[in-house]
Design a protein. Structure first.
Length: 620
């Protein structure tokens, strides 16, 4: 810990001074221009083209950014205008993002999985004048919002300002390049020179587990501060020429976008991949040095190895379970004064040869470390990945903090925490136990929502809505969501997330939703992992064709779920324990609007949709 950090550290408060300075003309687009002009032959991207992968150098990328920016200007996009971008992760996403900034406009990212009503709300609320979609399906939804020749929206009463719609799969980029061909580069330079720190950089809508998404006003200063904070931290040293990464999380996700921008400005090489079902194939083709993912991604990596071991017979199962236990034990020993014993080192070498090496090969074989955020990673999973040699450093941030506000790394890691504040960020705990964040990465407020802004920002501090603690070394631990607190009929306050995380460690359980607000005891709704359920059927002599609805009352299945409940109950007092559970007949999904794009459960949606199941938990 530096002297500056040490002097700022008190119980419940921690501040890390910024070790960088932001000049008035410093923003993400000027940083890109500086990199591209100083090192034009540096390979920034590898992209699919004509059935093969081709390199895109910094010089080529900047030329393309300018060409697209000129097309936006030719259409009539003015400084400060909003441009909606509805697309899965791909090279064109990054290109359009920088081009929108180069034209002096602000981007409005929209998750490709958004419903028609969510898309309509974001386009209307943001007052976007242009929308760029990826697919025909997206275009069909947006077509209903474009003004006609007389300035009227097809949807009656819609306050849209959308004047045009382009589609990436129907030559949107080439169209913009063609239309802007007569505009000189100097006009783009002029637009870039007018950008100020307080100007709107993006309206990023919270994916939100409750209500309509709120548009976070992220300024150019917010974005460049986030990028400089990442690059000046040791975790960002990997963003340099020669580094490879596969960007696959939705670029509308603020963390994925911030890391992608930082990697570009740092000079790393990115490929884009949107199909998570075939992600392993792309990782093995690219051999990335860094993997960024939400905790669910790492849960699936571990579970895939587990499932493969279960299918390999009794010996394979035993080997995996012993290797997993060794990884966790080894990681825990790293936090002790003596470190791992020689015996444990030897056991880990054997486990690496038999198990860990295969997991690392599935990730491409060259991953140095991983970064995770978006929701909480279980402590055991964190120890598992560090133990196998691929530490997954957990960070913390929200859309309102322009992604990461804190992160673990290297020796400055406390598994179970989300790390210390990044440079230029401060964190404290208020009297309600809520985590507050301050710094130049904190947003300016919610667009068109003064009431929500007043609630969120008080004296420059952002009220995160997360409950937590800060230890004497500055490590932040998130203990739950303020709004998710359950108050039982007996007045007991219970945070559901820790119980849910423990239950989800069981491979059979996909999701767990703890309930009990105003009720006499705690209950939980459970969904099952389909792949693991298939193995359970085979092990119990149940036909594979048997549907889950015919198994929810099965005593053996109930016993399996009860074991997971017992594990969770062992960590809390009697009053906080789960008394009853109910197995749902299907898993939760993003398509059904039950999960956010970062795989967090929308508690209010699930509680309403499965209200009858919740009622049955409390029937006499």
């Amino acid at each position: 810990m530096s002297n500056a950090e040490a002097s700022a550290a008190t119980r419940g408060f921690y501040e890390t001074p910024a070790n960088f300075h932001l000049a008035e003309d410093d923003n993400c687009i000027t940083a890109l221009i500086g990199l591209c002009k100083s090192n034009p032959h540096l390979v920034l991207y590898s992209r699919p083209q004509n059935y093969e992968w081709v390199d895109v150098t910094a010089g080529e990328f900047l030329e393309e950014v300018y060409a697209v920016a000129k097309g936006l200007m030719a259409f009539g996009v003015q400084p400060g205008d909003r441009v909606a971008l509805l697309s899965a992760t791909r090279y064109e996403w990054a290109l359009l993002d920088f081009a929108i900034w180069a034209a002096g406009a602000a981007s409005v990212p929209i998750y490709p999985s958004s419903s028609a009503s969510q898309i309509q709300w974001i386009v209307e609320d943001s007052e976007a004048v242009l929308a760029i979609a990826e697919t025909r399906e997206h275009t069909d939804v947006l077509t209903n919002l474009v003004l006609d020749d007389e300035g009227r929206a097809p949807i009656m009463g819609s306050p849209t300002k959308l004047r045009r719609l382009l589609e990436i799969n129907s030559s949107a980029v080439d169209t913009l390049k063609f239309e802007g061909r007569d505009i000189p580069d100097s006009e783009v330079d002029a637009r870039v020179l007018t950008i100020k720190h307080d100007d709107l950089g993006s309206l990023v809508y919270t994916s939100g587990t409750t209500g309509k998404p709120k548009g976070c006003i992220l300024t150019h200063k917010n974005w460049i501060h986030q990028v400089r904070a990442l690059l000046s931290h040791r975790i960002g040293e990997i963003a340099r020429p020669g580094t490879r990464i596969v960007t696959y999380l939705p670029m509308a996700h603020v963390l994925a976008r911030a890391v992608s921008i930082a990697l570009t400005i740092g000079g790393g090489t990115q490929t884009h991949w949107a199909d998570t079902g075939s992600l392993t194939m792309e990782l093995q083709r690219t051999h990335p040095h860094l993997v960024l993912g939400v905790p669910r991604v790492f849960e699936k990596v571990r579970d895939a190895a587990y499932h493969k071991a279960m299918d390999g017979g009794p010996v394979s199962r035993t080997v995996f379970k012993q290797a997993e236990a060794t990884a966790i034990e080894y990681s825990r020993a790293l936090d002790t004064p003596k470190g791992p014993s020689r015996v444990l080192e030897a056991k880990r070498k054997v486990a690496d040869r038999l198990v860990y090496s295969k997991i690392k090969d599935a990730l491409g074989g060259e991953v140095q470390y991983a970064i995770t955020g978006g929701s909480a990673m279980s402590t055991e999973l964190g120890h598992f990945f560090r133990g196998i040699g691929v530490p997954a450093y957990e960070g913390y941030g929200l859309t309102e903090t322009t992604a990461a506000a804190a992160v673990n790394f290297g020796k400055h890691t406390k598994i179970g925490s989300v790390g210390r504040p990044l440079g230029g960020y401060a964190a404290k705990i208020n009297e309600d136990g809520e985590i507050l964040i301050k710094g130049d990465g904190v947003f300016k407020g919610y667009i068109n929502n003064e009431e929500a802004t007043r609630e969120a920002l008080v004296d420059g501090w952002f009220n995160t809505g997360d409950l937590g603690e800060i230890d004497e070394n500055g490590f932040i631990t998130v203990t739950g969501r303020k709004k998710d607190l359950i108050v039982t009929a007996g007045g007991k306050n219970i945070s559901p997330q820790p119980l849910e995380e423990i239950m989800r460690k069981d491979p059979l359980i996909s999701q767990a939703l703890v309930v009990g607000d105003g009720k006499p005891y705690i209950g939980v709704l459970v969904t099952l992992d389909q792949e693991e359920l298939g193995r359970w059927k085979a092990a119990n002599g149940i036909p594979e064709s048997t549907e889950l609805k015919d198994l929810v009352a099965n005593h053996a299945l109930h016993a399996e779920v009860q074991d997971a409940v017992n594990m969770a109950n062992a960590t809390v007092s009697h009053a906080e324990q789960i008394k009853k559970f109910r197995i749902l007949e299907r898993d939760l999904s993003e398509e059904e609007n039950e999960l956010t794009p970062t795989m967090k459960v929308k508690r209010n949606v699930v509680a309403e949709r499965f209200s009858k199941d919740i009622e049955q938990l409390y029937e006499r």
